[in-house]
Design a protein around this ligand. Structure first.
Ligand SMILES: Cc1cc2nc3c(=O)[nH]c(=O)nc-3n(C[C@H](O)[C@H](O)[C@H](O)COP(=O)(O)OP(=O)(O)OC[C@H]3O[C@@H](n4cnc5c(N)ncnc54)[C@H](O)[C@@H]3O)c2cc1C
Length: 469
């Protein structure tokens, strides 16, 4: 690989406008870090692009030299797909321009934007792009995989709100994908991840919103079951304005929580309501009347506050491992298994996140996007979070064991952005009935599987080209 990298460096030097950072350079250590320390890899070269021409040059040169290449936006891939060992990272972090058209409620943003970059720009016009819940997440990976968040039920997935993509494909060409231009590619990019090229620009629809009602609380002991039970019954008929998320975890050591529950199993309750405030407040009060809730908070907050309030809970550089699945119904046994698993949870930061899709996102037909079937609305996401590498095995084993016992109640399928790096065998499951169409489009745009550091769809032309070594 060293010879190939030297060849690549030689091809880029003098022509590439951005920074070329090699492993021997002092800035390499900071530049090579990704969010999940457990998935950290060590590339040989980082090409920090300044524009589309840099992306084209990097793609063409790396393809010619046969260098393994990863594409990085926010670097938040849980699987660590924004880096690779011994190869090239095409780093998009300098491509963060956002252009908002208030009148048409549209925006264009560059392929390296973080969610926070997009939110800050769109909020100046009182508009929102529905995306994820942590502002330091990259918009590139999140939108291409689907994109769920507080506004999913009200306005759809992030990918449902994309009207156009501009990308650099594996041969270095610039290609546009819209509903009437390369329609197959447009379909595939909405849920298909980074398989098809480097997206340098997203054109998206925006919606008017500047604040919403947020209500939070915690429940303990038998009230955990009562509230989860109410949630699973209530959500299928809930208004689109409501996003009600639950999280099973150990209670954090926090001033607003009674001392006696610190470190004990709790249910964390969070509701965001983006409709009439008084109606949302009544709804929250109703939910808080089920069982006993502590640390109740209810306030109208700005959208920007909502989008940044979880940032510190998911810091860069910790160790994370996840497994996820969908369920049509949440049966009693599944709930019981999840609650009981809290007794053996190895890390105080680990969470079992429960979300309900539905709403506008749930009404998009399965055939419309590569994201596909939305008919199993319960999302169960096991997210282990710890800091000491010597505890990797214990934390991973806990997630795997719990996932295996929940699996019988899950419908086949998984959201690609919540997958770990050891789940390539589930990529087919993620796209199941859409697989053949995905393979056809992949084969057309990337026959040599140049873009393989992702939840990889193998082209039929070159099924052997899947090595990431
Ligand atoms: C703290 C945290 C919070 C999260 N919250 C949510 C959430 O609320 N909702 C949700 O849906 N998901 C969420 N996720 C999951 C998130 O969607 C994925 O981790 C996603 O991959 C992050 O995108 P990124 O650009 O930061 O990733 P990166 O690691 O940079 O890239 C991920 C993948 O996308 C590809 N890619 C990235 N940008 C481009 C581009 N411009 N063109 C082509 N390919 C590209 C990469 O090659 C790689 O395969 C969260 C993740 C984290 C770590």
């Amino acid at each position: 690989m060293t010879i190939l990298i030297d060849e690549l460096f030689g091809a880029l030097r003098g022509k590439f406008q951005g920074e070329l950072i090699r492993a021997s350079d002092p800035e390499f250590y900071e530049a090579h870090k990704i969010w999940n320390a457990m998935a950290q890899r060590t590339p040989a070269l980082i090409a920090r692009c300044t524009g589309v021409a840099d992306v084209q040059l990097a793609v063409r040169s790396a393809a010619k030299a046969g260098v393994l290449t990863a594409v990085r936006c926010g670097g938040h891939s849980l699987a660590g797909f924004s880096s690779c060992d011994g190869g090239l990272v095409i780093d998009l972090s300098r491509l963060r321009q956002v252009e908002v058209n208030e009148g048409s409620r549209r925006a264009r943003f560059a392929g390296g934007c973080l969610l926070g970059t997009v939110d800050s720009a769109t909020q100046k016009a009182g508009l929102v792009f529905p995306a994820g819940v942590v502002s330091h997440t990259g918009a590139g990976g999140l939108v291409l995989g689907g994109g769920t968040g507080w506004l999913t039920r009200m306005f759809g997935l992030s990918c449902d709100n994309v009207e156009g993509f501009t990308l650099v494909t594996a041969d270095g060409s610039i290609v546009h994908a819209r509903v009437r231009e390369n329609a197959d590619l447009f379909w595939a990019l909405r849920g298909g991840g980074g398989n098809f090229g480097v997206v340098t620009e997203f054109e998206v629809r925006l919606h008017p919103l500047t604040s919403l009602l947020l209500a939070t609380s915690f429940c303990v002991e038998q009230d955990i079951l009562r509230v989860v039970d109410e949630w699973r019954k209530f959500m299928p008929g809930a208004p689109d304005e409501l996003k009600w998320n639950l999280s099973l975890r150990l209670a954090p050591i926090a001033d607003n929580l009674p001392l006696e529950i610190h470190g004990k199993p709790v249910l964390s309750v969070a509701l965001a309501w983006c409709g009439d405030s008084a109606e949302g407040s009544r709804l929250a009060d109703h939910i808080f009347s089920i069982g006993k809730h502590v640390a109740i908070a209810k306030e109208e907050i700005s959208f920007l506050n909502l989008q940044t309030m979880a940032d510190a809970d998911f810091p860069h550089g910790r160790r994370y491992y996840t497994k996820s699945g969908y369920s049509i119904n949440l049966d009693d046994r599944t709930i019981q298994v999840m609650i009981e698993s809290l007794a053996s949870i190895p890390s105080k930061n680990t969470q079992i996140e429960l979300a309900y899709l539905g709403g506008v996102a749930g009404r998009v037909r399965a055939s419309e996007t590569a994201f596909g079937d939305r008919s199993a609305p319960f999302i169960i996401n096991l997210l282990a979070d710890w800091s000491d590498a010597t505890e990797d095995a214990e934390n991973i084993a806990w997630v795997r064991k719990l996932f295996n016992s929940l699996r019988p109640a899950m419908k086949p399928g998984v959201y690609v952005n919540f997958m770990s790096g050891d789940e390539q065998d589930r990529v087919h499951e993620a796209y199941h009935e859409r697989w053949e169409r995905m393979v056809k489009i992949k084969t057309h745009y990337d026959p040599e599987n140049f873009f393989r550091m992702n939840q990889n769809v193998l082209p039929s032309s070159n099924p052997a080209a899947n090595s990431t070594d």
